[in-house]
Design a protein around this ligand. Sequence first.
Ligand code: ADP
Ligand code: ZN
Length: 633
Amino acid sequence: MSAQPSETLAATPEQILQDVFGYAQFRGAQRDIVHHVTAGGDALVLMPTGGGKSLCYQIPAIARHRAGRGVTVVVSPLIALMHDQVGALHEAGVDAAFLNSTLDWRETQEIEGRLARADITLLYAAPERVTTPRFLELLDGLAARGQLALFAIDEAHCVSQWGHDFRPEYRQLALLHERYPQVPRIALTATADALTRADIVERLQLQEAGQFVSSFDRPNIRYGIVEKKDATTQLLRFIEREHAGEAGVVYCQSRKRVEEVAQALVEAGIDALPYHAGLDAAVRQRHQDRFLREEAVVMVATIAFGMGIDKPDVRFVAHLDMPKNIEGYYQETGRAGRDGLPAEAWMAYGLQDVVNQRRMIDESPGPEEFKQVMRGKLDALLALAEATDCRRVRLLRYFGEESQPCGNCDNCLMPPAVWDGTDAARKLLSTVYRVQQQSGISFGAGHIMDILRGKATEKVKQFGHERVSTFGLGAEFSEPQLRGVLRQLIAIGAIAVNAEKFNTLQLTDGSRAVLKGEVPVRLRESISAPTPSTRSRRSRGEGKAPAVAAAAAPLDAAGQARFAALKTWRAEVAKANNLPAYVIFHDATLAAIAQRAPASLGDLQGISGIGASKLEKYGAQVLEVCAQNGLNG
Ligand code: ADP
Ligand code: ZN
């Protein structure tokens, strides 16, 4: 490691944290990382989404700039988001800019000029720009004068084929180290797995870098998984009961489904927008802007939506279809609650999801070993969905972390009743076997369940299946129970669904052990039991002020009035500056202001999220809004 702790700086990282960003304390590993990088060390930072990665390079950038060390270049893959990132820094009084294709010739000239003079603290650019001869020439000039303070490489997993978002341009970034070996680098990612991490180190030549690996737990996110019945209606109920008037993301498998669900939400009076790769680029951009800039937009999307979305106040992420694996699920749900306030990850899943995902793997091109790996990953996700114990313990274990039951997932909050499904499983399997024997063809789940439950349907009679020896043997089981058993059997590979033959059920090599009673099948009584309302816990029934519900302490009536007025004020300021509202102040900051009922600038000091620049810029306005709204309440 190349840390040089002897450097003296104009301001300590702690002072910058407080003065510029208005935060009293570093979170988790931030302190160590910031000190290490400020002192000139290289770092690889693995932190979950919402962990606070930005400050890990922004504070060293400010500290080193103030110490006369010049410009930090931030490599970021998403041009669409640079504007807001830079806007947020401006609001905090930090000199930052971006170079990308949205600028015209004159603006580009201007920024390049400032860059050449090192008259800027942070410069954001995409990797393809950073590695152009023109840009490297600018960097050469800065380096020659000792004015290159730091390289920050965001979303560093993009360098790896094993990550979920490989971008070939990232491979070129190794040349920054070859060309400017004396300039410290910090690479950041929220992707956990060891393979990707090793690849980042190798590709970016970070062998000497300090590695800072944080826990991947997101304690403020409540995980819940329900049995899918009528998914759209369940989703509607979930939003209306728990998240009315709040921002959220709903993930669906297909474009068609995105459109349908968005439509259904709109019809129910929810401000929902669709987002998928089939929409015009301009429409996508407009929808993304509305989601980022407004407060209570629900984005219904395919997985095309999400990377780099750093909106902090997303209160829920819902999955209407099951993702492919736990990595994807965790990445997507991680977009909820970046601000650390309570948020929810909700998934509805059913037998059809299992069937669909299996089929997609089976039908995908590629070698059998690859499919085997994919099936293994799907099984892990199924096991999570069917789990009767703490979801978080399972999630974290998947990423190699051991933990204790969390008290903040559906299973911890409402332990599900468990029943022994071994008998039902054996009866199901033997029905599949006998029907196949008798008719020479196989049948789908509905028909098999009808036979077992002794329902003499037209089809049952047509095939003479009321004479199958298991007919009616499972009359005591309900259809949902049997569906649960089937999901479990598919999950453990004890039964196969043949997609080429109308989704019929077939026995597998794994069936025998279950038939013999060697593999116990334990099931949740019903995963559709309602979870306790977070709404009622958080806001004690104040259903009409959802954002307040997310705040740390409940507000009294006057506080509510101030909070509402502050939000209206914030919306105007954000609009005037063409920035998302959260860039001005987070909800939590507004709630803290409303709570304190400030009468002077001094009263605003020390509220989390109010740094010197924002105090100066907005302090007087905030006081006035408070004075006019329930100050004496
Ligand atoms: P990441 O990039 O890791 O997903 P961000 O850098 O966007 O996370 O930070 C998430 C949120 O947490 C931001 O809104 C940020 O302002 C806030 N935050 C970061 N560090 C702190 C801190 N030390 N104290 C309070 N809030 C913080
Ligand atoms: Zn739990």
